[in-house]
Ligand binder design. Sequence first.
Ligand SMILES: [Zn+2]
Length: 202
Amino acid sequence: MFRAELLERAARFRSAEDDPTRNLQSCPSLVLNADYTPLSYYPLSLWPWQTAIKAIFLDRVDVIATYDREVHSPNLDMKIPSVIALKQYVKPSEFPAFTRFNLFLRDRFSCQFCGDQHNLTFDHVTPRRLGGKTTWENIATACAPCNMKKGGRTPKQAGMQLYAEPIRPTHWQLQQHGKMFPPNYLHETWRDWLYWDIELEE
Ligand SMILES: [Zn+2]
């Protein structure tokens, strides 16, 4: 139940993104790093097929799998790539950018006081009027009602408990959280590359 709600939340979040690559009809290519792990799980690293084909001709990627659909031009017939891998490994930065999206992802899109996944806002754990800064370590995801209830107080003053102390997450930690939100539009050729390290459920 909880998981279903999380997925629903993720789906709604996604639909807010007006991005043509988030649509299987447009044949996006899943982009893997040179070690064959996705460049990003959430949002999933996808390129428009035109970009993927360009990268093939620049010899920057290998084609791992293809769609059945082909593109034709006077001097080229080729299947549209569905999975490509970079030839050169891209080292992810250790610490991700401090953005709204990454902050929500760190907190798994849920209020850190009550777990609700609706009407999410950002709460200064130590309020600004008490010198609280706008940093990874002092901002927590909070639903609007909890944010209102807490007001300009510390959690202790308000008698409210955080699920976890806010931390500056590593890139790896965010990727782990991103894996909790599988897209609902997976192409069959993507699956092996997305969940290879997750135990299969019976
Ligand atoms: Zn709440």
